[in-house]
Ligand binder design. Structure first.
Ligand code: PCA
Length: 326
């Protein structure tokens, strides 16, 4: 019985290595936190298809959207440990681990796609290095559309936000809530609809994309297009899983990642206005902020940029200086 089992296993192994393929195929599960219809998740699937084609099926990635395999706040740890070989996470959700992860959510530091791209380029080497220290190989990052203020009532100035229950997706936003005297609660996008429905959330800052994904118009009627920052999602691979790939396979994946990244930045920008139109079509008041709200928010942005620089030390100061010089 035992011998037969060993024999069968050996034969199965030989079949696996047989034919023209020099290597056994890698099957990678890829957890992603955002819903299947979201553009990041769609791009993740396209990336998976490209990798399969360009590596001749040596790496086959299966995308699991909507936090179905691991929830957003579990994904980084899962990939570090190798429980999932590859995954996607909102960078700034990790801001309590390192100021570097908070950079793209510093209010009003980078407020359009060109600036967000520049900020990405000046910080990418440090980001890559930081992740490598945690057993992660960085692949690509794509920006969300600009972040605006959603609220269940009209907001004329920062004072109107006082006391509102404010949904955050990172620790930096908890500081923002503190400065605006709001009450912060950190909630994953996957749980947002429910949190709104139960009244746990009265205001938030996020993109038109997430507003549309979560159909927030049932509960929040106002959107102010303040364009506060453009946070990014990033895709990374467990370093051991990466290191054991053939260099040619690594090269093909790196190339696929660069192509999806370029496509993703374009797509994000092209879709941005359409999301705001959809919000308006569902009865929301979508407008620019009043002069008072804009200046209140700008003052907070300046304060928080200073705080970020102070917290991030010399490395952080250099990134900001490089960004401003670009
Ligand atoms: N949507 C994500 C992050 C940024 C965005 O636009 C969210 O709200 O979780």
């Amino acid at each position: 019985m035992f011998r037969t089992w060993i024999g069968a296993a050996l034969v199965a192994g030989m079949v696996g290595f047989g034919g023209a393929a020099a290597q056994a195929a890698e099957a990678w599960d890829m957890p992603m936190a955002y819903p299947d219809g979201n553009f990041h998740t769609r791009l993740g699937r396209e990336f998976a298809e490209k990798v399969k084609a360009d590596t001749n099926g040596e790496v086959v990635i299966t995308v699991h959207g909507g936090g179905s395999l691991f929830k957003g706040d579990e994904i980084k740890r899962a990939v570090q440990r190798g429980t999932a070989p590859i995954g996607e996470r909102l960078i700034s959700a990790l801001s309590n681990e390192d100021p570097l992860f908070a950079l793209d959510a510093v209010p009003f530091l980078a407020t359009d796609y060109d600036q967000a791209w520049k900020l990405y380029q000046v910080s990418k080497p440090a980001l890559t290095e930081r992740l490598a220290k945690e057993n992660l190989h960085f692949l690509y990052a794509i920006a969300w559309p600009p972040q605006g203020i959603y609220a269940n009532k009209a907001i004329e100035s920062a004072a109107d936000m006082k006391g509102l229950k404010f949904r955050t997706y990172n620790a930096t936003m908890a500081r923002l809530a503190e400065l605006l005297q709001m009450v912060p609660t950190q909630i994953e996008a996957a749980e947002l609809s429910q949190a709104l429905a139960t009244g746990t959330v009265e205001a938030m800052i996020t993109s038109g994309a997430t507003g549309v994904d979560s159909q927030v118009w049932e509960q929040v009627k106002y959107f102010y297009d303040v364009q506060a920052w453009l946070p990014k999602n990033m895709v990374f691979v467990n370093k051991r899983a990466w290191d054991k790939l053939d260099p040619k396979v690594q090269e093909a994946i790196t190339k696929a990642a660069a192509e999806i990244e370029a496509k993703g930045w374009k797509m994000s920008e092209e879709l941005a206005q359409g999301y705001l139109k959809t919000l308006a079509e569902h009865g929301m008041t979508v407008s620019k902020p009043s002069a008072a709200l804009a200046s209140d928010m700008a003052a907070i942005g300046e304060k928080m940029t200073g705080e970020w620089e102070a917290g991030a030390g010399d490395a952080g100061k250099k990134i900001i200086a490089d960004y401003r010089a670009k």
